[in-house]
Design a protein around this ligand. Structure first.
Ligand code: CP
Ligand code: NVA
Length: 309
């Protein structure tokens, strides 16, 4: 059966643990090599990944391109504007055609229903490179990053500050799969889709929502935030004002556990969701987190193509 990666639960906790372990091993094994040189075993030699972007990207685009190269394969990019998708060719037909031409498809788009439709018609793996609903590849990199820095995921306490968005949805989904807890500090009116918290709670994780930023970070091992205005959302002064009490500052970080780590998927807006003293400070793991997109994406590709877990 074709293995799609639309959300983390498509893989499950055991496979995500295997992805993290494999990423750590592969990262260590290729240390010091030029970044475009293939891993010694080149497990995806001869494979091609098609990447479709209907939204902007720096990290997802570059990390998937480097990931497939390091696995011995190659990639090509279609953007919404210059492919026939931009002239109204259906997702279904695009999925069927690409499945005859390439070995896997990564798509970044807006409506999650589009990626579900792509997966329904594709006979090669479809990987979610971000939708309005979720960003699972980012969270594999985030998990890898904190594990690399010595955190045991089960029982760990994560704090989310800000908007109830796609990145939070995937963190909460990960919490259920990897058995950690999330305290979400979110202003009224910007709550996440409750389905993710319901699933995580059913799996035994504690997911709580508070309107008090200090309560959200109290005792946290990991503090995470993201842009207050996601791609496709209109800039709104009202939203920025509501979010301001949830800005991640050194004073707020004081309430987390000593040694707590700070994550941000990037791009960041210094002075909005986080101040420079935190994002550029000693607790911030953002550059490891960004690099780890490559190593995480390699594991996702290997899993989707049946080479892992
Ligand atoms: N974090 C992330 O997905 O970055 P890009 O939007 O640059 O791909
Ligand atoms: N929540 C952000 C994440 C960007 C990587 C967005 O969707 O724009």
């Amino acid at each position: 059966m074709t293995k799609h990666f639309l959300n983390l639960s498509d893989a499950g906790g055991d496979a995500i643990a295997a992805m993290i372990a494999d990423a750590i091993d592969r990262k260590a094994a290729r240390a010091g090599k030029p970044k475009g040189q293939a891993d010694a075993d080149a497990p995806l030699a001869g494979h091609t990944l098609a990447m479709i972007f209907e939204k902007n990207s720096t990290r997802t685009r570059v990390s998937f391109d480097m990931a497939i190269r390091q696995l011995g394969g190659t990639s090509l990019i279609l953007d919404g504007a210059t492919s026939q998708l931009g002239r109204g060719e259906s997702i279904a037909d695009t999925a069927r055609v690409l499945s005859r031409m390439v070995d896997a498809i990564m798509i970044r788009t807006d409506d999650h229903a589009k990626i579900e439709e792509m997966a329904h018609y594709a006979t090669v793996p479809v990987i979610n490179g971000l939708t309005d609903l979720s960003h699972p590849c980012q969270i594999v990199a985030d998990l890898l990053t904190v594990v690399e820095h010595g955190l045991a995921l089960p029982g760990s306490q994560w704090a989310w500050l800000g908007d109830g968005n796609n990145v939070l949805h995937s963190i909460v989904e990960a919490a259920g799969l990897m058995r950690f807890d999330v305290r979400m500090g979110i202003p009224h009116g910007y709550d996440p889709d409750p389905r993710f918290a319901e699933a995580a709670q059913a799996a035994g994780s504690t997911i709580t929502l508070t309107r008090d930023a200090r309560e959200a970070v109290a005792g946290a091992d990991v503090v995470v935030t993201d842009t207050w205005i996601s791609m496709g959302q209109a800039h709104a002064d009202e939203k920025l004002a509501a979010m301001m009490p949830f800005q991640v500052t050194p004073a707020l970080m004081e309430g987390a556990r000593p040694g707590a780590k700070f994550l941000h998927c990037l791009p960041a807006h210094r002075g909005e969701e986080v101040v420079p003293e935190v994002i550029d400070g000693p607790r911030s793991l953002i550059w490891d987190e960004a690099e780890n997109r490559i190593h995480a994406q390699k594991s996702v590709l290997l899993w989707a193509l049946g080479r892992l877990g």
